[in-house]
Design a protein around this ligand. Structure first.
Ligand code: CP
Ligand code: NVA
Length: 329
């Protein structure tokens, strides 16, 4: 299989075979790294990372993966570059495409990363937009496969804000890989109809199922994976916190949410997570609303079912696989 020259903007653009190929490659590169084997196959190449939103995992994953592959990296902070201010996305894309072999972009609307890709002439990787977070998907699927030895047929339950980048991306990925996706949340937070219809269509070919429900018992019974994400995403106004807490607190991932899940069920979260008061935002929310933990309780986050740090590590191996696949012959 060759993915050379391809953009990585959303998994809607990738076939189940291509997605599986990337998960396999991530697994192979992880194994090589653990063995200390050098795999610097992209020596001489250069990549640029553009972050319009903050990041720990994604930025570090791109940088470490690029270095492991022998590439050089430029980190571009939009506040000190011309991007979007004095220079359009299209012009920036054409300039960067002349200097770099690949471009990572994290920002707001999906249309921006699509526009970068249209003009760059080199692979563009989506490091998160409001709509999608595709590099996270390869890491998440690798993590699930490491735990269950398979993906097809597993019951994957997403609780919380299911109409943003994580919910959208996970629904698409589960549909493509033949998994049983359940969005369990207040119906205001169900993914958009158009995307649900797209996924149901894909599911009819792969054997996946797509369920949207407000019923926690129905959703979590026999679950293999329970996944959540923050209730307020980067770029959203602070003013929405009150409504989100009101609407989504019933869908907090706590010990009760796991009561009806399988013995072997795991907890996942893309991170960062609000599971205690050791963050500035956690403190602010505590002072205003009295909550000590939000989308996940500390008990679950720190408990034996939690695989969140394996998941975080797998970001690096997956991003390495994505870059290697799209840049190598
Ligand atoms: N999960 C994730 O994308 O983390 P960062 O925001 O730290 O990159
Ligand atoms: N939904 C979150 C994901 C962070 C990785 C956000 O966009 O902030």
């Amino acid at each position: 299989m060759t993915l050379k020259g391809r953009n990585f903007l959303t998994l809607k653009d990738y076939t189940p075979e291509e997605i599986t190929y990337l998960i396999d490659l991530a697994e192979e590169l992880k194994e090589k790294k653990k063995q200390g084997a050098i795999h610097d196959s992209l020596v001489g190449k250069n990549i640029v990372l553009i972050f319009e939103k903050t990041s720990t995992r994604t930025r570090c994953s791109f940088e470490v993966a690029a270095h492991d592959l022998g590439m050089h990296v430029t980190y571009l902070d939009p506040s000190v570059s011309q991007f979007g201010g004095k220079e359009s996305v299209a012009d920036t894309a054409r300039v960067l495409g002349r200097m770099y072999d690949g471009i990572e972009y994290r920002g707001f609307g999906q249309e921006k990363v699509e526009e970068l890709a249209k003009y760059a002439g080199v692979p563009v990787w989506n490091g998160l937009t409001n709509e999608f977070h595709p590099t996270q998907m390869i890491a998440d699927m690798l993590t699930i496969r490491e735990n269950f030895g398979k993906l097809e047929g597993l019951k994957f339950v997403y609780m919380g804000d299911a109409r943003y980048n994580m919910g959208n991306s996970l629904m698409v990925t589960c549909a493509k890989l033949g998994m049983n996706f359940v969005a369990c949340t207040n119906k205001k937070y169900f993914p958009a109809n158009e995307l649900v219809e797209y996924c149901i269509d894909i599911a009819s070919e792969t054997g996946a199922t797509i369920t949207l429900t407000e019923d926690i018992t129905e959703a979590t019974t026999d679950a293999d994976v329970i996944y959540t994400d923050v209730w307020v995403s980067m770029g959203e106004p602070e003013a929405v916190w009150e409504e989100r807490i009101h609407d989504l607190l019933p869908y907090q991932v706590n010990a009760k949410a796991f009561e009806k899940a399988k013995e072997t069920a795991i907890f996942m979260h893309c991170l960062p997570a609000y599971h205690d008061l050791n963050t500035k935002v956690g403190q602010e929310v505590y002072k205003k609303f009295g909550l000590t933990e939000m989308e996940v309780t500390n008990e679950v986050f720190e408990g034996p079912r939690s695989v969140v740090f394996d998941e975080a590590e797998n970001r690096m191996h997956s991003i390495k696989a994505i870059m290697k696949a799209t840049l190598s012959d």
